[in-house]
Design a protein around this ligand. Structure first.
Ligand SMILES: C[S@@+](CC[C@H](N)C(=O)[O-])C[C@H]1O[C@@H](n2cnc3c(N)ncnc32)[C@H](O)[C@@H]1O
Length: 290
């Protein structure tokens, strides 16, 4: 078992409340170290308040009362690290989430890109359980555009759900009726993405926090929505550099509603309208497109 035997301890004890918060901080760092050793994922790069809330949330669901006890549980049961990983990564998503974004992609971005180059290559980075990737594939299919969607996430459990391509009815609440009509029934209140769209998507594990891009200067469109928002600034820098390297010189980047290109990139990414977080990468500065 790849675990550290060093139990995290409170080292500074100036007052009881300071000690308690210092102790919690130390224990959370110890827990994140264990998770990194056991899963390979470094959650030290994620925003602490979110991480702390999610750890406590997991403890509550399994009836563990203290961080110290939870740390001991992780030491004893390596599978618990994977379960915590699932809880630490937030996978809220829907088909056609934030409809105006997908309207812009369907009506402007995909047709514009397809006039210049085919087949289209799209990357859904931080794809969760696949809703965004399949939405993109359904749009390609509806417009009869040649193209593939590569979809990645850090969480293997989310990728397993994504590969099934079956979702509860609520996942499709925002999907326009014309696209929803193509879904296949798959049991009570459950629907499967049509085969033609499923065949366009490939799922794989990828860590935006520290892995190089799957390919450089390769993708016409990258959707990385509601992922960077959970990262600390340094991790956002690394992840954004990865996205920038993966995108073609004149490609499009689509971020989440509350996300923007980092200050050092704003000159290179022009927003497409005020209502969405879709940006066109401006040519220049980088050479070597494939
Ligand atoms: C809120 S979901 C976003 C899903 C989809 N992009 C959307 O906006 O509907 C965030 C996803 O980012 C993934 N994620 C978190 N950290 C990641 C990392 N370092 N590398 C890749 N994916 C990550 C999570 O597992 C989760 O599936």
């Amino acid at each position: 078992m790849l675990v550290s035997q060093d139990e995290p301890r409170c080292t500074a004890t100036p007052s009881r409340s300071e000690c308690s918060s210092q102790n919690d901080h130390t224990l959370i760092e110890g827990i994140l170290r264990l998770v990194r050793q056991q899963t390979g994922v470094d959650f030290a790069q994620y925003r602490r308040p979110t991480i702390s809330r999610r750890i406590h949330n997991r403890m509550l669901s399994i009836g563990v009362r203290s961080l110290q006890d939870y740390w001991a549980r992780l030491q004893a049961d390596e599978a618990e690290s994977m379960r915590l990983l699932e809880r630490l990564t937030i996978k809220v998503s829907r088909f056609y989430r934030n409809a105006c974004t997908f309207d812009v992609l369907a009506e402007e971005v995909l047709p514009w890109l397809a006039c210049r180059r085919q087949p289209l290559r799209i990357w859904s980075a931080g794809c969760g359980c696949g809703e965004e990737a399949y939405t993109l594939a359904m749009l390609l299919e509806a417009a009869r555009l040649p193209g593939k969607v590569e979809a990645s996430d850090i969480d293997p459990a989310a990728l397993a759900v994504a590969r099934e391509g079956v979702y509860r009815r609520e996942a499709f609440d925002e999907l326009p009726a014309g696209l929803a009509a193509q879904l296949e029934a798959a049991g009570a209140q459950r629907y499967r993405v049509p085969a033609a769209a499923r065949e366009r998507v490939r799922f794989f594990r990828h860590d935006l926090g520290d892995a190089p891009p799957p390919a450089a200067r390769f993708y016409d469109l990258i959707c990385c929505r509601n992922v960077l928002i959970y990262f600390e600034r340094e991790a956002q820098r690394r992840a954004f550099a990865t996205l920038d390297e993966a995108l073609r010189g004149d490609g499009y980047l689509c971020l989440g509603e509350a996300e923007w290109p980092l200050p050092e990139y704003v000159e290179r990414y022009a927003p497409c309208g005020a209502k969405t977080q879709v940006f066109r990468r401006l040519q220049g500065g980088r050479e070597g497109e494939r």
